[in-house]
Design a protein around this ligand. Structure first.
Ligand SMILES: [Zn+2]
Ligand SMILES: [Zn+2]
Ligand SMILES: [Zn+2]
Ligand SMILES: [Zn+2]
Length: 384
């Protein structure tokens, strides 16, 4: 059997890349093949004669795949949360075990204490109902769509495997709609983000690549294309293709400035991504210059406790302490920046949030670098 990609862009038998439109589909269930030979083989030896009807009944190959992946992702998330959720109940259905699916509880936001435990399917059901209501009554979708990725209690993003399970939930909810449907387009983004959050970078990349390809083919508006390019760049970076990521991020950053202006969250986020890749490539002076312009804007427009502001301040500290030519004052500024940022991250996101842990690590590193440099200085003075 071949390994299936997250969304179906390959021949089901030989894994030839088909993009979103090439090849041939099973006339009954839409399973995709490169050509009649693979289709025939799948039917005769690959067990498709047994599965075809079942896939068709589920709503076709893409839906069938999404349902299957969703179930696996929910099980993974509940499993990862087992210790944390012991003895708790779902804040939506009030049960420990889901009455119908028998799934366990998860919590992957910034809720603390006994707050925020839920079943993925209850969170998904809630999000779906809110979005359905907006669609039926022509209400603004913006804040309702957030329920697919933002906790309604602590108002912070879901992270890790919980974000991934919700990504699959969202995709499975909207995958059957026409390609140009906004909810389906956004659901593809949620899926990519969820896979990225769960560190499935290759899968995230393939979903995001397919999304960008689809948007271009549909002639989508510039804001959608820029968003898709930005997501793709983040996946490139995680796969170690930092140069490609950087050139995409630079393009998106200047595109965002033109489209949204300098004080918009899109632009601020693009600036942070761009600076972070400059750091990775040790181009610290350029990173510093981007962050010096945009970080004050983030602090003013988004506020000190916004996740993006925290990320920017972390990246700003990185430009100092990883730079071998940094002065003692630079290192002190890095430590001070992080010392200010850590308590905010702890208060807003909680101590076990991945970003809080990153900032904590960075502070430890920056302090060690500063101590080492001060030690060198003492030795040098003693030598004199
Ligand atoms: Zn094939
Ligand atoms: Zn079939
Ligand atoms: Zn529930
Ligand atoms: Zn929460």
């Amino acid at each position: 059997m071949t390994i299936q990609k997250m969304i179906l862009t390959q021949c089901a038998v030989c894994a030839t890349e088909l993009g979103l439109s090439l090849g041939k589909k099973c006339g009954r269930c839409s399973t995709r093949y490169c050509g009649p030979e693979c289709q025939k083989q799948h039917w005769e030896q690959g067990g498709h004669d047994q599965l075809c009807k079942k896939i068709k009944k589920a709503g076709g190959a893409e839906q069938y795949n999404a349902n299957k992946k969703y179930t696996e992702a929910v099980a993974d998330a509940a499993e990862a949360c087992t210790d944390d959720t012991k003895g708790q109940t779902c804040f939506i259905c009030t049960q420990a075990l889901h009455w119908k699916t028998k799934e366990g509880l998860v919590r992957g936001c910034s809720c603390r204490g006994t707050a925020g435990f839920a079943h993925v399917s209850c969170l998904a059901e809630q999000a779906k109902l809110l979005c359905d209501e907006a669609e039926e009554n022509n209400l603004d979708m913006g804040s309702r769509w957030e329920r697919w990725y933002l906790c309604s209690l602590c108002e912070q993003d879901y992270h890790g495997v919980v974000s991934c399970a919700l990504g699959w939930a969202c995709w499975k909810t909207y995958v059957a709609r026409p390609e140009a449907d906004m909810a389906r387009i956004n659901a593809m983004t949620q899926l990519g983000n969820g896979l990225q959050d769960a560190t499935n970078y290759e899968d995230a990349f393939s979903v995001r690549e397919a999304a960008l390809f689809m948007l271009r083919r549909l002639g989508a508006s510039e804001n959608l294309i820029l968003g898709a390019q930005s997501n793709l760049a983040n996946s490139c970076k995680k796969l170690g293709q930092v140069e490609q990521a950087l050139s995409l991020q630079r393009y998106v950053y200047f595109g965002d400035i033109k489209l949204y202006g300098e004080e918009d969250e899109h632009t601020i986020s693009a600036a942070n991504n761009y600076a972070s890749s400059l750091n990775d490539l040790q181009r610290f002076e350029e990173a510093k210059s981007v962050l010096r312009t945009t970080m004050p804007v983030a602090r003013r427009v988004l506020g000190e406790s916004h996740e993006l502001t925290l990320k920017m301040r972390r990246n700003y500290a990185v430009t100092f302490h990883e730079d071998t030519s940094a002065t003692l004052d630079d290192l002190r500024e890095a430590v001070t920046t992080l010392e200010e940022t850590v308590p905010i991250a702890r208060r807003v996101l909680g101590g076990s949030h991945p970003l809080t842990e990153e900032i904590d690590d960075e502070l430890r590193n920056a302090r060690a670098a500063l101590a080492a440099r001060e030690g060198d200085l003492c030795e040098a003075l003693e030598a004199i």
